[in-house]
Design a binder for this molecule. Structure first.
Ligand SMILES: Nc1nc2c(ncn2[C@@H]2O[C@H](COP(=O)(O)OP(=O)(O)OP(=O)(O)O)[C@@H](O)[C@H]2O)c(=O)[nH]1
Length: 424
């Protein structure tokens, strides 16, 4: 992006991770920068904005500090976010803008809004402008996506069953945490004072494998070098969308070496379908040391559509991953082969591209044992010849989509994709 436009930093992180603390630190340390701040809070009373006003030296004149309440900038306030930034920058130039998201916000849609709104993406923004009624803002660019992690509660959050209600949209805490970690440029491991060194390095190892591209910085009370999160020039939408560890792992599968704290990853691949009941039982008792698993799979009896497995901590979700290429008319199939030449290499004469490819990331995982358990869920030779429709299948059923969605497992999730928990 051009250097003349105003760099925007977005701070994400779960509730209480330390976003406001970090923001206040940045404000205190930025005497030489003219900063504008935009705080999104879901409550009636915007406590965060009050804190910002209280402990920072900037005046709270409207043009420098904007609160967006009663909604979330990753969903219903997307247009308002851009309006607010437009309002801030219309008559004044700032050195940088910092946006503090709510604890339930997903960074990807916020980044999408900003890159489209700043006309900073290769995507065609016409539909977006029509939907939101906003004008592109050409005087800003999304510069850095920062995620603040509560290091002290990281393990707890990953093992938690807590469901967050984002104005009607239910979200699992572990899911949200993983989404925030997987989509960012800088990861602040905050609250380091509450965690011993061994735990810290273990979490660092885990985060590095979940998000290999981000710079990981340890902080206490959000005390970060301001230049590490403001005007870094690190943000790139395409790169950020593809930076998650599980995507990297699928692109270049390798059995990762055992780290000091036993954080590893591997890819499980199979060209036979899973038995629906055996695989459901495995997911019901999924090993707790797997912190993340993602990829597509083939369930016997579902020969039209690939399913997507999405495990983040204790959250296990299954979603449609699009039709198998093998079900497409020949000309469309050819187009897919051209776009993804590697598809042809794995093509099976009888089953085409049907198969499973799952990335598993975890701590102290026994790869062999997990592999064996997964293999035991595959159909046996005898079952391969049985009538697959007679197998008990308690996975959710999904409508076959009209549009051809990419079926390769490393495709980023489609916006608006319905995801349903197996246990629900
Ligand atoms: N011990 C310790 N406490 C911290 C640290 N950083 C923040 N806190 C405290 O954690 C609490 C939450 O911090 P906030 O900065 O309000 O967190 P937040 O992410 O803005 O929270 P929400 O706006 O509710 O999502 C506050 O009481 C902070 O003082 C840290 O590094 N160590």
């Amino acid at each position: 992006m051009t250097e003349q436009t105003i760099p925007v930093t977005v701070l994400s992180g779960t509730l209480g991770a330390g976003k406001t603390t970090t923001l206040n630190h940045v404000l205190r340390e930025s005497d030489d920068r003219d900063l504008a701040v935009l705080v999104n809070d879901m409550g009636e009373v915007n406590v965060d904005a009050d804190l910002v006003a209280e402990s920072s030296d900037i005046s709270t004149e409207e043009e420098e500090l904007v609160e967006l309440s009663n909604g979330c900038i990753c969903c219903e306030l997307r247009g308002d976010l851009l309006d607010a930034i437009g309002g801030l920058t219309r008559n004044r130039d700032f050195d940088a803008i910092v946006v503090e998201s709510t604890g339930v916000a997903e960074p990807l849609p916020v980044a999408q809004t900003l890159t489209l709104g700043f006309d900073q993406s290769d995507l065609d923004p016409t539909e977006f402008y029509e939907e939101t009624g906003i004008e592109p803002l050409e005087n800003c660019h999304l510069d850095t996506a920062v995620t603040v992690v509560d290091t002290h509660q990281f393990h707890e959050a990953m093992q938690s069953d807590e469901i967050l209600d984002d104005d009607g949209t239910k979200k699992h805490l572990g899911d949200l945490l993983v989404e925030q970690v997987e989509f960012c440029d800088v990861l602040l491991l905050n609250k380091c004072d509450l965690v011993d060194e061994a735990t810290l390095t273990e979490i660092e190892d885990t985060l590095e494998i979940l998000q290999p591209r981000a710079e990981i910085i340890r902080t206490t009370h959000g005390r970060v070098d301001v230049d590490d999160i403001i005007e870094t020039g690190r943000f790139d939408f395409e790169e950020a969308s593809r930076s998650a560890g599980w995507i990297q792992e699928l692109q270049e599968p390798h059995e990762s070496a055992e780290e000091e704290h036993g954080v590893t990853s591997f890819v499980f691949e199979a060209q036979r379908p899973f038995h629906p009941e055996r695989f459901a039982e495995l997911l019901d008792a999924f090993p707790e040391n797997v912190v993340r698993s993602k990829g597509h799979f083939w369930l016997a009896g579902r020969e039209e559509m690939a399913l997507m497995l999405n495990v983040a901590g204790r959250s296990i979700r299954v979603a449609p991953a699009g039709n198998w290429i093998a079900t497409l008319p020949p000309e469309e199939r050819e187009a897919q082969f051209e776009a993804y030449p590697e598809l042809e290499e794995k093509w099976d004469e009888q089953w085409g591209d049907r198969g499973s490819q799952l990335v598993l990331i975890g701590t102290e995982m026994d790869h062999e044992s997990i592999r064996e358990h997964l293999e035991l869920c595959l159909l046996t030779d005898q079952e391969m010849n049985a009538d697959w429709d007679t197998f008990e299948d308690r996975f959710p059923t999904f409508e076959i989509p009209d549009e051809d969605e990419a079926t390769e497992a490393d495709a980023p999730e489609q916006d608006g994709q319905e995801e349903i928990g197996l246990a629900d």
